[in-house]
Design a protein around this ligand. Sequence first.
Ligand SMILES: [Zn+2]
Length: 249
Amino acid sequence: MTAFTIYAFILGAVLGSFFNVVGLRVPKGESIISPPSHCPNCGRRLTAGDLIPVVSYFFLRGKCRSCQSKISFIYPFIELLTAGLFAFAYMYSGLNETLIVIWALISLLMIIFVTDIRYRIIPDKLLIFFALLFLVIRLFIPFRPWLDSLLGAGIGFGTLLLIAVISRGNMGGGDIKLFAVLGFVLGVKGVLLAFFFSCLYGSVIGTSALLVGKIKRGQPIPFGPYIVFGTLTSYFYGETLWHWYLQLF
Ligand SMILES: [Zn+2]
């Protein structure tokens, strides 16, 4: 645990707070700068004391200061998750160029986590922004060979498109485009593993939720959160798990 780990954690918490705002506003076509954050119920403008990531939520016991309406648990959840992932990414890669790539990837994943849970969509605007961002990053930081990135994007897109055709629209267009962007970052093997882990988590958790009666059969569930954790598993542990798997034979 170094000072930079703590710095990464705090940066993640602050950015996580911003990703909540982006994820809630961009799908509605609202500005991410104005109006300032306010209670969605009574409209009370939030003060600096209400806006400290994670801390404020627990200090306010999850309720608005003036109207007492409940504040969604999503806010501190995303803040804590982003904080933890930013710190973990630093411990994983150290302080070097790769950290920029991982932090950008985590940022994309956190925002789509919010948009998919809240609105069941992954906005084009976000995907275009991050596609361009990763292209620019790639021009300066050769995080993987161009061919692997381009093939990864094509295979990510193609695989999801195929699933969408087979499942007759159970896979959203946003998911298909998202996998093109993920493929560019993860490469061919990485994007296939991300897809595999997303499906694995989706089926395990989906089946469990069905068994305990949390959801009904045929009820659509957002795939975004599974993609988030599937992608992270692929990025951080893909190689290790792949070698472990090959050794079984
Ligand atoms: Zn309120």
